[in-house]
Design a protein around this ligand. Structure first.
Ligand SMILES: O=C(O)[C@H](O)[C@@H](O)[C@H](O)[C@H](O)COP(=O)(O)O
Length: 230
């Protein structure tokens, strides 16, 4: 059962999430000498990443990577890599090691083997995986109606290339298996419509219908859900 943190939106909310993440990362560095975090893209993470960037951490011992990526140039406004570099990896936090999910391959399907090899070299389980959720219940780039969804939920591979049914750009995404190879999952959602989807997901049903269920309907990995209802 997820641990729920209900809060209003605003800077304090982002600061609270960032503080919680920084504590887990700092503890990981103290215990294992290294910490790892995988971040989602979209709108929700931006204020959290800006707040996290100000945390006091031994950034040189942190590996930062992505939960998913759009197959666009890293300079594109749609790039999740750009989002992380522009928000988190600034100032002292720029000492962290970033592992990208985009290569020079022509498309995500051609790029996936190299990304898989790079991700296989990460120190699994990752310490934190920060997920978002769409109104359709997608998470990472595991979308309902996507032709790669069944494979993304079943494969032992860490990554998969996918073409969302409605969202722009081909994607590279962590698979369900990779997402559950983590010590902590954070889910950040805001707004009444997403809260309703979250509640429906939590009530049970097929993961294929609402892929966020892959994280919610399991008890192996602790899940913290940060919900801003307004
Ligand atoms: O690359 C992406 O777009 C994200 O990884 C995606 O899975 C995101 O987490 C959800 O779409 C929620 O996005 P918002 O935070 O913008 O609502």
């Amino acid at each position: 059962m997820p641990t729920e943190h209900l809060f209003a939106t605003g800077a304090q909310a982002a600061a609270d999430i960032a503080e919680r993440i920084a504590t887990i990362l700092s503890d990981a560095i103290a215990v294992r000498g290294i910490a790892t975090i995988a971040l989602s893209g979209g709108r929700s993470p931006r204020p959290v990443l800006e707040a996290l960037s100000l945390a006091t951490l031994d950034w040189s011992k942190l590996i930062v990577t992505l939960v998913d990526e759009r197959w666009v140039d890293a300079a594109s406004a749609d790039s999740n890599e750009r989002l992380v570099r522009d928000t988190l990896l600034q100032g002292p936090a720029a000492q962290a090691r970033f592992v990208p999910m985009k290569t020079d391959a022509a498309d995500a399907y051609a790029g996936q083997p190299d990304v898989e090899r790079a991700f296989a070299a990460l120190p699994w389980p990752l310490d934190i995986i920060l997920l978002g959720m769409g109104d359709d219940g997608h998470t990472a780039s595991l979308f309902p109606e996507s032709r790669e969804l069944a494979e993304g939920l079943a494969t032992d591979a860490l990554t998969i290339a996918a073409t969302p049914p409605a969202a722009p750009h081909q994607r590279l995404s962590l698979t369900a298996s990779a997402i559950l190879k983590s010590r902590h999952i954070f889910l950040q959602i805001s707004g009444a419509s997403k809260k309703a989807v979250y509640d429906r997901a939590l009530a049970g049903g097929p993961v294929e219908e609402l892929p966020i269920r892959l994280a919610l309907l399991q008890d192996d990995v602790p899940v913290e859900v940060w919900i801003a209802e307004n």
